[in-house]
Design a protein around this ligand. Structure first.
Ligand code: SAH
Length: 518
């Protein structure tokens, strides 16, 4: 197994700086024992103009078998000879990724104490992997290699390797020779290889364990805790959180272990959404003269639309007799505050993906200074609405106020299931902009949505169609009401739907039936 990383020099920076970054001296060949064989690091070339570091992993296939790993996985029969005669020794795979992370640990973390500015710099890099398994067909081949690396800024050359160059009629092998060219931080390049080599290795995974989830998230630049937000230069979400093939990468990296993959997906989604939301908050903080702020300014006269929206929602909840309410996507907590003013309401749970918004909500609501009795009525928790969440069950009513339009349309069914299928409150109130009304916002240029983060804005027919389909699918009835001035031509600025549960969930139904027949 073999991999090289090359860089070229610049007037202010000799190419041999690569040695500093990798913490391996260009003048020496070094060997390191890893769990699957010896890893050698050496530099085939090391001049001021060009420097190449090579990692050669000498796999011991017999040791691999003796370790008892890799047996009977991946659906392959326990064919005795295949355990010894296989591509492990030469095809880049999970094992090479493990060696990378062992030998270049500090470099992968972006640490370079002597030259910290070097670790932060994007360098011209060429990565070459002569034999990379990439089986053609569904989800494979050179095409998958491109889909994985191109979104990260690499120029990808993936040349099929002939089975035997002496017999071209035999065709290609299932390997490609990969060359990646790009200008990236070395740490990012290494962490991308660390994750994506195993993704391409569809054979076996020798080392999947629960802490692989953490490794995946860490290597992808995703931090799991809020505490390191803003520190260390790395942003939540990292390169992995925004990768268009995120689902495939997570699934294959974790060797199709669904439960693990799901939890990794959740963490990544949280980080990605939180980042998107932070951008949004920052934009507003910086008072960029955005469409949104102008539209909001328009809302300020005469009665702010946001106030009208809150009153309308509170009115619906009052009519439904709700006392325990969950505000999904509560943002900075304005509705939570309004609900706490209602004596009927005994409990409010605010949920949002953005820890920053929740922080602002906690401050605005003065959670820290509340009397114990008041504080017992309210709770704010972080969560992603596209995942089922046991904390959301058992409430009378749920509110999605100006939230659905922030969710990518392909993720919407997941939110529908989490809210209407899993949490299943008696009443669900949903509000969303009516795009037809946008022509009435004088300051909104034609064809623009009201907010940069809106993934869509629906007209009245679209909202109705969506709501009716959701209601029918989950055993609810639905009614509609306008919020704000109901323009005869284009309708109101905000549209509101109230869903009322009619059917009991299937599980309860059968339990009830059983009780009746007994
Ligand atoms: N409900 C508030 C805030 C609306 S802004 C109001 O009416 O004023 C949309 C909010 O939804 C943001 O705070 C955003 O962080 C949150 N959000 C968007 N997608 C989410 C998701 N998938 N899970 C949880 N919260 C989400």
């Amino acid at each position: 197994m073999f991999l090289t990383i090359s860089t070229s020099g610049a007037p202010d920076r000799p190419a041999t700086d690569l040695g500093f970054l990798l913490h391996k001296h260009p003048g020496r060949a070094q060997s390191f024992p890893t769990s699957h064989g010896l890893a050698h690091v050496f530099y085939p070339e090391a001049t001021e103009e060009r420097c190449t570091a090579a990692l050669l992993l000498e796999i011991d296939p017999i040791a691999l078998v003796r370790r008892g790993r890799g047996k009977g996985r991946g659906g392959s029969p326990d064919f005795a000879l295949a355990q010894y005669v296989n591509d492990r020794p030469y095809a880049a795979s999970s094992l090479l990724a493990v060696a990378l992370s062992t030998v270049f640990k500090s470099a992968m973390k972006g640490r370079c104490d002597k030259r910290p500015e070097l670790a932060e710099a994007a360098l011209p890099l060429v990565v070459s992997v002569p034999a990379l398994p990439a089986r053609a067909g569904q989800d494979g081949g050179a095409d998958l290699v491109r889909r994985l690396f191109e979104p990260l800024g690499w120029q990808v050359e993936a040349e099929p390797v002939p089975l035997d160059p002496r017999f071209p009629e035999w065709g290609d092998s299932r390997y490609v020779g990969l060359t990646l060219t790009g200008t990236l931080r070395l740490a990012d390049a290494l962490s991308q290889l660390y994750i994506l080599l195993p993704v391409l290795d569809d054979a076996k995974h020798y080392w999947v364990s629960p802490d692989e989830v953490d490794k995946l998230l860490r290597a992808g630049g995703v931090s799991r805790s809020d505490s390191d937000k803003g520190g260390g230069g790395r942003r939540e979400g990292g390169w992995l959180g925004t990768h268009p093939e995120l689902a495939l990468i997570t699934r294959r990296y974790l060797a199709r272990r669904w439960s693990l993959a799901r939890s990794a997906m959740e963490q990544l989604e949280l980080a990605r959404l939180a980042e998107a939301d932070d951008r949004e908050v920052e934009e507003i903080d910086n008072a960029v003269p955005e469409v949104e702020t102008e539209a909001e300014a328009a809302e300020e006269k005469p009665t702010p639309l946001a106030v009208q929206r809150r009153s309308a929602i509170v009115e619906v909840l009052r009519a439904a007799g709700a006392t325990r309410v969950v505000d999904l996507g509560c943002g900075e907590g304005s509705l939570v505050g309004a609900l706490l003013k209602e004596p009927r309401i005994t409990e409010v749970l605010g949920v949002d993906v953005s820890s920053r918004a929740l922080g602002i909500a906690a401050r605005r609501l003065h959670l820290d200074r509340m009397s114990e009795r008041q504080a017992a009525r309210v709770r704010l928790v972080q969560g992603a609405l596209t995942y089922t969440d046991a904390r959301l069950t058992g409430y009378d009513a749920a509110v999605l106020s100006e939230v659905i339009e922030h969710v990518d349309p392909p993720r919407l069914p997941a939110l529908e299931y989490a809210v209407f299928g899993s949490a299943r409150p008696g009443t669900v109130v949903v509000t969303t902009p009516n795009v037809e009304y946008n022509v009435r916002w004088e300051s909104l240029p034609a064809g623009h949505v009201r907010h940069a983060d809106h993934r869509f804005e629906w007209d009245r027919a679209q909202f109705r169609a969506w709501a009716e389909q959701v209601a029918a699918g989950y055993g609810y009835t639905v009614g509609f009401a306008p919020v704000g001035p109901d323009d005869p031509e284009v309708g109101p600025p905000t549209q509101l739907a109230t869903f009322t549960r009619t059917a009991v969930p299937a599980a309860q139904e059968s339990a009830a039936q059983e009780a009746v027949t007994r």
